[in-house]
Design a protein around this ligand. Structure first.
Ligand code: NAD
Length: 470
């Protein structure tokens, strides 16, 4: 597919990490950013993707970045006006943002990564292992850095693209309710969500991609980073905590400092199951894995009066990964969270399936509305090489975030919610398959108590207590 060049970029681009996302984003960068491949380099910890890089004429440096060596390795490759794209695991986002600002370079990542071991160190408290803590540490970089080079954090599919889906969905619901809405500021978006009566937002995803190779015993199979998924799946479950909630979870904990928009549960996300709904799958059970967007969207949509939150939706991820990944998580839990001896990211072996990734906006007059991308693996492969359905939703959002940053190079630290959702969706849409919006009358109380009486709050279907599977 030929593509429009969105921006000419005369400086250098450095990719850190060249796994499923790095390899998938490269053809999009070469197609849509005007840069000669000789000005791109890759710094990564293994040989995956080496032949792809060589085919494009891109410099490939195999060296794992650590707290001790990253400056020495990056100094030769990063300077004023350059762009660092961090799509690795185990390389600290915060260290890289600070470094990029020192060097005058722009930056983008798809999640806030700590240095290796940062999720699992036994010296850390559960609160310190949350994405809330990582986000607070990243936001603290903002002070005094308003005109710093643009550093976009957490801009993949989710976190990332889904923040733009939320805004588009709110506008669509408003239109269908006959409410004129064109919010510009954070305050106006939060007021619109409140006016619509939105109480709950699920990032509702069902991945149905299937490999020709069944999962083996003692193998973790996924459609994106196994290390990334296992890392976040073992963090405490986290959710933006809405002001309509009346049943605080018995294992829930609040944070002592920071924005206060989210809570965490004293169990790993990969062991926390929630009910959700997507148009193709219908009612499904999914994992409440911690994710940056659960916190940033909840924070963004908070209305405060006299310094107190008077409105905030509950926001969390509800992820039904590929069937092979569900089995892998089941086995992982059985191993007491010791990762399997073998791991595999499904790519060319995928024979069918779709990643249906969207936002389920609920609690308003029309009950619930899902808005998002329905992308099949066949469509993804036609649209871009080295991709499947899951990776393409991430990589095109990465590309769009990079273009936005290059168009707005001195914006300092930015989260997806801070960006212009129309511009981002304009760039992403050609790669998202069907962009679909659908209302449903399904609620977490639909069809309940079929086999036994349950402890549910019948006064409000969208209480988190009703969503969670005990
Ligand atoms: P992957 O496991 O396929 O690849 C990780 C890459 O990081 C590999 O190339 C590896 O060599 C490299 N790496 C590991 N340690 C390194 C180090 N110390 N220095 C330099 N490179 C190192 O992962 P992926 O699927 O490509 O995902 C990459 C990142 O993107 C992960 O952080 C993942 O969580 C994130 N991600 C975000 C989204 C989203 O939607 N926001 C979706 C998928 C992945």
């Amino acid at each position: 597919m030929a593509g429009k060049v969105y921006i000419e970029f005369p400086a250098r681009i450095v990719l850190i990490g060249f796994g499923s996302i790095g390899q998938g984003v490269m053809p999009l960068i070469l197609r849509h950013i005007g840069i000669d491949p000789s000005r791109i380099s890759i710094i990564t910890a293994d040989d995956r993707g080496r032949s792809e890089a060589e085919q494009y004429g891109i410099k490939f440096i195999r060296e794992a970045l650590t707290r001790e060596n990253f400056r020495r390795i990056l100094d030769a490759n990063v300077g004023r006006g350059d762009f660092v794209l961090n799509v690795s695991v185990d390389v600290s986002s915060i260290a890289l943002v600070k470094y990029c600002w020192e060097r005058g370079a722009m930056y983008l990542d798809t999640c806030i990564e700590p240095w290796a071991g940062g999720y699992t160190s036994p010296t850390m408290t559960p609160a310190q292992r949350t994405n809330y803590a990582l986000r607070e540490a990243a936001l603290a970089l903002r002070s005094g850095q308003v005109r710093a080079p643009t550093a976009v954090i957490t801009h993949g599919a989710n976190p990332g693209l889904v923040s733009h889906f939320v805004k588009q969905a709110l506008v669509n619901i408003a239109g269908d309710l006959g409410i004129e809405a064109a919010p510009k500021s954070r305050t106006e978006w939060a007021k619109l969500a409140r006016q619509l009566g939105v109480t709950t937002i699920h990032i509702a995803e069902r991945d149905t991609q299937v490999s020709s190779r069944p999962k083996k015993v003692n193998e973790f199979v996924n459609t994106w980073s196994v290390d990334g998924f296992v890392g976040e799946g073992c963090q405490p479950a986290e959710l933006g905590w809405g002001t309509h909630e009346r049943n605080f979870p018995r294992d829930g904990k609040r944070h002592e400092s920071g924005c206060g928009a989210a809570i965490y549960l004293m169990q790993p996300g990969a062991a926390t199951r929630v009910r959700t709904w997507t148009p193709k799958a219908g009612h499904i059970m999914s994992f409440l894995i911690t994710h940056g967007e659960s916190i940033s969207i909840a924070d963004y949509l908070t209305v405060t009066e006299s310094m107190q939150p008077v409105y905030r939706p509950t926001v969390h991820y509800a992820y039904h990964p590929s069937d092979a990944a569900v089995l892998s998580v089941w086995e992982l839990q059985g191993r007491n969270w010791q990762i399997q001896d073998e791991t595999r990211i499904m790519m060319d072996d995928i024979v069918s399936g779709m990643d249906e990734l969207g936002v389920l906006i609920a609690g308003h007059k029309k009950n619930a509305y899902w808005y998002g991308s329905q992308l099949t693996v066949e469509e993804a492969r036609k649209l871009a090489p080295y991709n499947q359905a899951t990776s393409l939703q991430v990589t095109v959002s990465c590309l769009a975030g990079m273009v936005w940053a290059m168009e707005n190079p001195n914006s300092g630290l930015m989260e997806p919610d801070d960006l212009d959702y129309k511009r981002l969706l304009e760039i992403c849409t050609p790669y998202l398959g069907t962009l679909h919006g659908e209302y449903t009358d399904w609620t977490p109380l639909s069809d309940r108590e079929r086999v036994l009486p349950e402890d549910i709050d019948k006064s409000d279907p969208w209480q988190f207590k009703n969503v969670r599977v005990f």
